[in-house]
Design a protein around this ligand. Structure first.
Ligand SMILES: [Fe+2]
Ligand SMILES: [Fe+2]
Length: 233
């Protein structure tokens, strides 16, 4: 049902889209970074793009569809040495090459994917890369953000709630920003250290506007959660 929302390339080439869909279904089986996340990011990216002139929609759509193609490979890799943004850029390039896209377009899509991740070192330079980065971050906040935080917590066996202590938290991260011990992590800590700060990392005005209400919703939820965890009414 989500693929119904393709507007630009879907109409342009249904066969290519069918191939991309099949590839994504094969690669994306994890619950929080699945095809639904991909399609929400795709739709948000187009929403943001509609407020900005001169965006290359073909690059943006392909990049948003393929941005997490290597996510499951990163998550299921025990050695922690896969960066799904870097690996994904390569995998996406292979898919696009198979479909006969030009090297010029592949380079642009590849840049978007390489620079989309929150904890990455490379920053987005083009407008398409900035929009993808914003759309991906927006899908981590708001009511969806709450839902996804708990889905991820379930995947890693995290507790429902944990008291947040900034000093202790520093001890629980690896150099690449990944969590060392998931039993010491929780959705409310993820909100405090990462998700709450997403608006500071956004590039476009439209994303900043959408983020405001989404962060407020999360703040209310986690305040309420703390309240209930403490046994208050
Ligand atoms: Fe990602
Ligand atoms: Fe993503």
């Amino acid at each position: 049902m989500y693929f119904k929302t393709f507007n630009f390339i879907y109409n342009k080439c249904m066969e290519k889209m069918a191939y991309i869909k099949k590839t994504l279904e094969k690669e994306l089986s994890s619950s929080s970074h699945n095809l639904e996340h991909t399609m929400r990011v795709h739709n948000l990216a187009l929403k943001i793009a509609s407020t900005i002139e001169g965006v290359d929609l073909e690059v943006l759509e392909l990049a948003s569809l393929l941005h997490d193609i290597a996510r499951v490979k990163e998550d299921t890799n025990e050695t922690n040495d896969i960066d799904h943004a870097i690996l994904g850029a390569g995998m996406a390039s292979d898919v696009l090459r198979t479909l006969g896209y030009s090297e010029e377009l592949i380079k642009k899509v590849s840049h978007c994917i390489r620079t989309h991740r929150f904890r990455g070192n490379e920053l987005p330079e083009t407008i398409e890369a900035k929009i993808l980065s914003d759309a991906d971050k927006l899908d981590a906040i708001g009511a969806i953000g709450v839902g996804r935080a708990f889905m991820i917590a379930g995947e890693y066996g995290e507790p429902l709630y944990k008291e947040f202590n900034l000093n202790e938290y520093g001890m629980n991260t690896l150099k690449n920003g990944k969590i060392k011990n998931f039993r010491d992590h929780s959705p409310n800590i993820e909100f405090e250290i990462k998700l709450r700060h997403i608006p500071e990392r956004l590039y476009t005005d439209e994303a900043k506007r959408i983020a405001e209400e989404r962060v407020r919703v999360m703040e209310d939820f986690f305040n309420r959660l703390e309240h209930e965890v403490r046994g208050e009414e």
